[in-house]
Each structure stands twice: as C-alpha cells, then as structure tokens.
Unconditional design. Structure first.
Length: 227
C-alpha cells in the first residue's frame, strides 16, 4: 500500500491516544520520495547549558517510494512516534536508539503485539525497487585494504573530482590497491556520490556480478578516460 497524509494522521491520532497518553501534538506530515529511509522524525536541536539538548520544530516524514504492507507502514509510524515522544518530552538518551528508545519499543511490542525494530531503514532490496530500472551513471572506485576488506567510493562524474579522489586514495597507507569503474547499473545508485572521506564496506561476492558488467576507467592521477 502507499501512504497518504490522511492515513498517517488518522493512525498517528489513534496511536497517540492508545500508546502515548494523548500527549503528542500532531506534527506537520510530509510525504517524500526518499529512497534511503521509510520514515523519519525531524526536528531542530539546540544544545543548552551543561550540554543538555532541547528539541523543537518537529515534522514527520514518510517516504512514498515503497510498497508497504499495512503492518510495515503502521510500525514505521509508531517507530517515529517513539523518537518524537522522547525528544518532545526532552528525555535524555545516549543515542538515537539508546536504552530509553529500546525500553519504549519493547513495551509497545509486548503490549500491542507490534514488531517494531531498532533498525528501521529500508533494506537493500527495498531501495533497489524504489530506485527502479532507470540507468543512473556512476563513477566509482573499488578499494582493497591491506587487511583484505573491500570498499566502494562513488564520486561526481567530473574529471578533476575523480583525479582528486584518486590521489587521496593513493596517499592512504591502509590501501593495498584500487580500480575505477563506470556503470549505468541501478545497483550502484545505492552508493551515494560524494567527495567526503567516507567509503562503504562491500561484499565482493555480492557486488561481483554487477562489477563484471561495468566499464573499467583509467586514472593515473593526471588523466581520466574509459578503457
């Protein structure tokens, strides 16, 4: 099923009364086209005296990219309402899904027979379905570390950016080897393109079939061209 604002608001009201004591004001509800999350409660955070956090300007965002079961959509709403309850009541937790969150989640699951989980991001298969079959060109490096781990780093399709990242990778003493590729396979759209230092760890057995159909890219730190 596809989420609607009316459905989300109706179930928010119901869960607010039954699970949260009717204490939560209805926040603005936004339907998004996000591929990386099903639901998200956003807010403005301000750090006060002694590092205490204060939250305001709440909004509930639900992605309409996914074909939910009714139970999945309901659990998504409740999951974000737990975040909302903790932040709105200025309760302190050590992390986004810390002991406070887990205690509330477990209690709701036991009491109401729900199946809410800590990790509520979309799965790889769900993100692939949301991306769809449309080609999305990617330039990326497959990087092997000396400890045997493999990582992927996608960068903007601009020669100077590729060269800059090539030099950055080459300067790392942890890197054993790397190769550049170009692909229009929608699979690689799962990996965000950026110039940041973060690289995503990969399973070579999983990525190999997609990699075999990709085009090698030559880069020597000065020039870039398809091979």
């Amino acid at each position: 099923m596809q989420p609607t604002e009316e459905y989300i608001r109706e179930h928010f009201d119901f869960y607010n009364r039954t699970m949260f004591g009717g204490t939560l004001p209805v926040p603005p509800i936004h339907l998004t086209n996000a591929r990386t999350y099903m639901g998200m409660m956003t807010c403005r955070k301000r750090v006060g005296l002694f590092g205490r956090k204060h939250f305001s300007n709440f909004a509930l965002r639900i992605s309409r990219r996914f074909d939910y079961t009714e139970a999945e959509l309901q659990d998504t709403i409740i999951h974000e309402m737990i975040h909302y309850y903790i932040a709105y009541n200025q309760l302190q937790d050590i992390s986004a899904h810390g002991p406070q969150f887990r205690q509330m989640m477990d209690e709701i699951n036991r009491t109401y027979g729900r199946h809410i989980t800590v990790t509520h991001r979309s799965s790889r298969e769900e993100r692939l379905r949301a991306i769809g079959p449309k080609p999305r060109p990617r330039i990326f490096a497959i990087v092997e570390m000396h400890d045997g781990q493999h990582f992927i780093k996608a960068v903007p399709r601009i020669g100077q950016r590729i060269i800059a990242m090539h030099r950055r990778i080459a300067s790392s003493p942890q890197v054993k080897s790397w190769r550049w590729y170009y692909s229009t396979d929608p699979y690689f759209a799962l990996f965000p393109s950026s110039m940041g230092r973060y690289m995503q760890r990969i399973d070579m057995a999983e990525i190999r079939p997609h990699l075999d159909a990709s085009t090698p890219v030559f880069c020597d730190g000065r020039n870039v061209k398809l091979q």
